[in-house]
Design a protein around this ligand. Structure first.
Ligand code: NDP
Ligand code: BG6
Length: 485
């Protein structure tokens, strides 16, 4: 399976003590290793952060996020996972220690080819700059290949994204930088391309304002931001998922057909779409923050988390409306909802079709038109609803789902990598297609800057942990004539 031409592969996880590292990065690295995607005898996964751990405690921590029934495979993986405690993210000598640790592992390798170092920055954006500078100065392999994976959000706004870009450009070549958005590693998100540009004329010919009344993205999580205040409280939900993950989904769903699937053509089509996006109006945004559940004492208010400021105004829920100024989408609202601590976990993008004015069969449910949904949570599926005849006398009609559920083994290979596995492997191979290029990362802020800044001057509306979100959202949806599924 693996023909990676490297003498040694070092994947360094900055922020190895954090939530992302435990939940996503280490499990992805483990799976890549267990599925022979990386050279077993020549790869190490080095954790780095300020927290101090005994090695055994660090291994316990990262194993708790890994699902493996084979203890032997897990132990072998952990042997490849050293941890280095840094004094601070701007402390030069800490990076010198890191460099010598990696150099030692490289010198012990018996492989041939160049050494590869992939630095994965799973840290809050406030420290991306310091880490990059010190890496370049002290831990960039002079003869080897170096890559840096930068997590979202990319900066905090348009201005800081530009500053970050300039900093990265002064230190690294664009080839060395991989701006990750794990939604671009998801099959549900990428499947928009074959659905639209494959061989589905019934979808491609109706994918526009002529037939679509509105588009919704519904992202709900039944859990809160527990323990993540160090990062989340400064950023809030719009920067956490809307400006990047959900925006990427919309970009692929809305962009024009790329000339080919080459990295250049895909990036060009994506950028063109963002350029056509109108900045979101502050009045088109509702924000909320969760309060404690009245039913479950374990479901505490956002502000009761010890990692969160007591007077925090960070939003944990938002609904916003985006318009695209081009011939395909003019005046079609893209309504995006995202929230933590809600009644369910769901992530889906839905096209809501217009009811043709001459339809002979208005739906019994009173709902306007049919829908097409691409779902990532709770299951990975595509669901097209179609108006059809309800069995029985007369011509009563209903909107019935015609669906594919990808959990059916018929549709999948035995090994389906997670989004992180896909993207980390792409970065190791040096493929930029599903990473975010500089200009796109900056432009995405142009669309959201005003709305985010305005939302931060407001008090978020309250909603209870486990509820559907702030009641006031209904007014906005009513005004727009929009219904979520
Ligand atoms: P955490 O809050 O868990 O932070 C990760 C680590 O960063 C911490 O363990 C801590 O390590 C260090 N840290 C936290 N706050 C600060 C601070 N203010 N200054 C310096 N260091 C700090 O965050 P996540 O792991 O959740 O997120 C990290 C990055 O990954 C973010 O950019 C986020 O957007 C992104 N991400 C997160 C996902 C998730 O599900 N968690 C999913 C996708 C992306 P120490 O104190 O040991 O140095
Ligand atoms: C991360 C956010 O980027 O994406 C988290 O920081 C969020 O807050 C996560 O929970 C959602 O990812 P997924 O793949 O579970 O939808």
């Amino acid at each position: 399976m693996n023909e990676l031409p490297f003498r040694h592969v070092a994947i360094v996880v900055f922020g190895a003590s954090g939530d992302l590292a435990k939940k996503m990065t280490y499990p992805a690295l483990f799976s890549l290793m267990a599925n022979n995607m990386l050279p077993k005898d020549r790869t190490h996964f080095i954790g780095a952060a300020r927290s101090k751990y005994k090695m055994e405690d660090f291994h316990k921590k990262i194993s708790s996020g890994i699902k493996s029934s084979d203890q032997q495979v897990l132990s072998k993986f952990l042997e490849k996972c050293p941890y280095i405690s840094l004094s601070a993210y701007d402390d030069g000598p800490s990076y010198q220690r890191l460099d010598s640790e990696i150099a030692k592992l490289e010198s012990q390798s018996t492989g041939s080819g160049k050494n590869l170092r992939v630095y994965y920055i799973a840290l809050p954006p406030s420290v991306f700059g310091d880490v990059s500078e010190n890496l370049r100065k002290y831990a960039w392999h002079k003869e080897g290949i170096n890559r840096i994976i930068v997590e979202k959000p990319y900066g905090k706004d348009y201005q800081s994204a530009k500053v970050l870009s300039n900093k990265l450009a002064s230190l690294f070549t664009e080839e060395e930088v991989f701006r990750i958005d794990h939604y671009l590693g998801k099959d549900s998100v990428k499947s928009v391309l074959p659905l639209r540009f494959g061989a589905n004329p019934f979808l491609s010919s109706t994918w526009s304002r002529e037939h679509v009344q509105y588009v919704t993205v519904n992202f709900k999580e039944a859990f809160g931001a527990e323990g993540r205040g160090g990062y989340f409280d400064e950023f809030g939900i719009i920067r956490d998922v809307m400006q990047n993950h959900l925006m990427q989904w919309i970009i692929l769903a809305g962009m024009e057909r790329p000339n080919s699937l080459s990295v250049k053509d895909i990036h060009q089509a994506k950028l063109k779409f963002i350029n056509d996006c109108r900045p979101v109006r502050p009045s088109d945004v509702i924000i909320g923050q969760y309060t404690a559940s009245s039913k479950d004492p374990n479901k505490k208010a956002y502000k009761d988390d010890e990692t969160v400021k007591k007077d925090s105004k960070a939003s944990t829920f938002a609904t916003a409306v985006l318009y695209i100024d081009n011939d395909r989408w003019r005046d079609v609202p893209f309504v995006i909802r995202c929230g933590k601590a809600l009644d369910e976990t769901r992530a889906e993008l839905t096209l809501h079709y217009k009811t043709p004015p001459d339809s002979l069969f208005p739906s019994e449910s009173g709902r306007t038109g049919t829908t097409f949904t691409i779902r990532d949570h709770p299951e990975k599926s595509h669901v097209l609803t179609a108006t059809t005849k309800k069995p029985g006398r007369g011509f009563t009609v209903l909107n019935a789902p015609l669906s594919i559920d990808f959990s059916n083994p018929k549709y999948t290979d035995s090994y389906v990598p997670t989004a992180y596995e896909v993207l980390i492997y792409d970065a190791v191979r040096g493929d930029h297609t599903w990473f975010v290029p500089r200009e796109e990362a900056e432009e995405a802020w142009r669309v959201w800057d005003d709305a985010i800044k305005n939302s931060e001057s407001r008090n978020p509306l309250k909603y209870e942990y486990g509820s559907e979100g702030p009641k006031e959202e209904k007014d906005l949806l009513k005004q727009l004539g929009v219904e979520f599924e």
